[in-house]
Design a protein around this ligand. Structure first.
Ligand code: SF4
Ligand code: SF4
Length: 375
């Protein structure tokens, strides 16, 4: 059996569903990535700009790197999230970084201990500066969909990607990049509620709900808040509509199955749980990323988008008690979006006490909205 066949077999035993190999050469889409950065489309993800010159150079991550082992595993699950407040599928289970890094480290041990190679390895899962989709593409695992995600015919695009850098030549055959099967389909481009795609294969992340609700630390731009809809964390729309995802099977990996306590995390619960209880609930969850303030900001927007005035009493009490002015501003926006006399009187009362200029500006604008819908 070839080295690559034994590594592939062991990677399958570890739960990785797709495995490919590529030389650790400069990646082909580095210039396209830098052009995308030059357009400012990375938004709040400033670390991408800081690492612009090394993301296509795997040798920066492991001196003497010769081979990249690319792996992929599906996280597709039934969406069981509570309403109001949807959570992207990838975040309904346990934090995939730890799970995948651990398994890739085990694959590195296999290469040394069982195959007897004198090789150093390094696992990469999202946290190292590397164009991961490009590695998977070069290794022949899938193609770039028009929604910019890596897509496969049998597993769709709900995939976690990972890489093992190896400083040895594994004598892998030269891979063929995957054929593109998007054809004339534009379902993902048409379905995006914020029009975040400026063209096929080009995403303006500043408009993407996933970036706005996860990576963004500041306010969600007012003009995009209605389009955020019921998304409490992330967004799956441009994957849900993809025909290749419809027939893809659900994951069998326990760690990525939806955790009931995470799926039950509705927007109103986010606003009412204590910091400590929320912290406990989000143990080993990707949802920790935007921190409490970011999650509470998202929750306020979701409640404002329900059109249901039964949320006004909760939002009114949170407007008085919320310590973070950015979150208070979004609660005010939600009250303005729901409108009605009760929302207007809460906003008026708070306007008299508010000391933060940005929050006060939000309250005043929300008052105009609420007053225009007083019936
Ligand atoms: Fe648009 Fe949602 Fe896809 Fe972002 S994740 S590009 S907001 S559909
Ligand atoms: Fe490609 Fe259509 Fe899927 Fe978009 S929805 S990634 S265009 S197949």
């Amino acid at each position: 059996m070839l080295l690559t066949q034994r590594i592939t077999q062991h990677a399958h035993d570890l739960g990785f569903q797709r495995v490919g190999f590529a030389p650790a050469d400069p990646l082909p889409h580095g210039d396209a990535f830098r052009e995308w950065l030059d357009l400012g489309f990375e938004g709040e993800m400033r670390w991408l700009e800081r690492t612009r010159h090394i993301r296509d150079r795997p040798e920066h991550l492991l001196e003497g790197a010769r081979t990249l082992v690319a792996v992929a595993v599906s996280y597709k699950t039934e969406d069981g999230t509570a309403q109001p407040g949807r959570i992207a599928r990838y975040a309904q289970g346990f934090d995939y970084h730890r799970v995948m890094e651990h398994k890739l480290d085990a694959l590195g041990d296999f290469i040394r201990d069982d195959l007897g190679l004198d090789a150093r390895t390094r696992a990469a899962v999202d946290r190292l500066p590397l164009l991961e989709r490009d590695v998977a593409w070069v290794a022949g695992i899938g193609w770039y969909g028009k929604n910019t995600l890596l897509l496969t015919r049998d597993l769709g695009s709900f995939l976690f990607l990972g890489e093992l850098l190896v400083d040895a030549d594994l004598h892998a055959p030269t891979p063929q990049p995957h054929r593109n099967f998007c054809g004339s389909c534009t379902a993902c481009l048409d379905a995006c509620p914020t029009q975040a795609f400026t063209a096929p294969y080009r995403l303006d992340a500043r408009r993407c709900i996933a970036t706005l609700t996860i990576e963004n630390r500041g306010p969600i731009p007012r003009e995009l808040r209605h389009a955020v809809g019921h998304w409490l964390f992330g967004c799956d729309i441009c994957q849900d509509v993809c025909p290749w995802n419809r027939k893809a099977p659900n994951t069998k990996e326990f760690a990525y199955l939806g955790r009931p306590e995470i799926q039950a995390l509705s927007a109103d619960r986010v606003l009412t749980l204590s910091d400590k209880d929320l912290d406990h609930l989000l143990y080993l969850s990707p949802i920790r990323r935007p921190q409490r303030a970011g999650l509470a900001r998202n929750a306020a927007v979701v409640l404002g988008n329900t059109g249901d005035r039964r949320w006004v009493p909760l939002l009114s009490s949170r407007l008085d008690e919320e310590p973070d002015p950015m979150v208070r501003g979004h609660i005010a926006w939600a009250l303005g979006a729901l409108g009605g006399p009760d929302a207007a009187s809460s906003l008026l009362r708070r306007a008299d006490q508010e000391e933060d200029p940005q929050a006060l500006d939000e309250i005043r604008q929300a008052l105009l909205c609420a007053n225009s819908m007083t019936s």
